[in-house]
Design a protein around this ligand. Structure first.
Ligand code: MN
Length: 297
């Protein structure tokens, strides 16, 4: 017997707006942290794209703190050189992902660098942490491109960063929001169907080409062209189809809502104003970053 799936309809299509962050870095932001928390458990989605050498040097994001969140950096072209207060140092290159859990506190710098074609292209997603994990130990999951499995079917190519698609599990695990994080490339006319647990929040970030989202039997979809952030209604299956005359490439992201009040302030997202004040006090007092020496060292 075939189970009937509820195909998620499109709830909203967002045109990202340009914002300036860090040291004069121009980004396209689909959504940012707000107390209304409309995309719970996701807080922010930024797209950084530089392809004009006339823009001059890219200065990036000099040392800054985070508390209470996870930042997910996924690069397609160029690199992000990073360095932090718990001793990590490295380069996130094309196809790599860095899933950083700030927990109670991390200080880091993130400096984008152009690739051989002079291009920087990537995304940063912020994921909320439940109250019980906001003051946990900071940690990283960094996966190089070759460590991310690819699922291929006719006209469809999906990189599985986190969660499961077609029986393949992504390498990023043990994240509170139980995320699905896929990079999907469809040839013209190809369709992708992805089961997503009912109740989870789901979005697609269309960054190349054109496609139709949320169409099913007796259910018209929504046609969109890059770049757009697409928010879905509830249901247990996501469907996307590339236009007949255009490929489509998009990030498909879903996760379990945390359903707690949030109080965002710059690079911190806590549950209350008092916790934000504590973060600022800790920064002033030099107690923001705890000694992370391993037990017994
Ligand atoms: Mn950061």
């Amino acid at each position: 017997m075939e189970t009937t799936r509820t195909i998620r309809r499109v709830k909203q299509v967002i045109q990202p707006r340009f914002v300036i962050e860090g040291a004069d870095v121009l980004l396209q932001r689909s959504f940012g942290p707000s107390r209304a928390n409309p995309v719970d458990p996701f807080l922010l989605f930024d797209h950084f794209a530089f392809n004009d050498p006339a823009e001059g040097p890219i200065r990036g994001f000099p040392t800054h703190p985070h508390r209470g969140i996870e930042t997910v950096t996924y690069m397609l072209e160029g690199n992000v050189r990073h360095r932090d207060s718990i001793g990590n140092l490295g380069v996130i290159g094309p196809g790599d992902v860095q899933w950083m859990t700030s927990g109670r506190g991390i200080l880091h710098e993130e400096m984008p660098q152009r690739g051989p074609q002079g291009v920087i292209y990537g995304f940063q997603l912020w994921v909320n942490l439940p109250a019980a994990q906001k003051m946990g130990r900071p940690r990283y999951q960094e996966v190089k491109a070759e460590g991310i499995p690819v699922v291929e079917a006719p006209g469809v190519r999906v990189r599985v960063v986190a969660g499961e698609y077609a029986g393949v599990r992504g390498p990023v695990t043990e994240i509170a929001a139980r995320p699905l994080y896929l990079d999907a490339a469809l040839e013209p006319g190809a369709e992708l169907r992805v089961p997503v647990p009912a109740g989870h929040t789901a979005v697609a970030y269309l960054f190349e080409g054109e496609g139709e989202f949320g169409a099913g039997p007796g259910q018209p979809g929504e046609v969109a062209g890059a770049v757009r952030m697409i928010l879905f209604e509830d249901g247990d299956e996501l469907r996307a189809r590339a236009a007949e005359n255009s490929p489509a490439r998009f990030m498909l992201i879903a996760g379990a809502p945390i359903r707690e009040p949030i109080f965002p302030y710059g690079p911190f997202v806590m549950n209350t104003r008092e916790e934000i004040e504590q973060a600022l006090t800790d920064l002033r007092n030099g107690t923001f970053v705890q000694d992370e020496a391993p037990a017994g060292a």
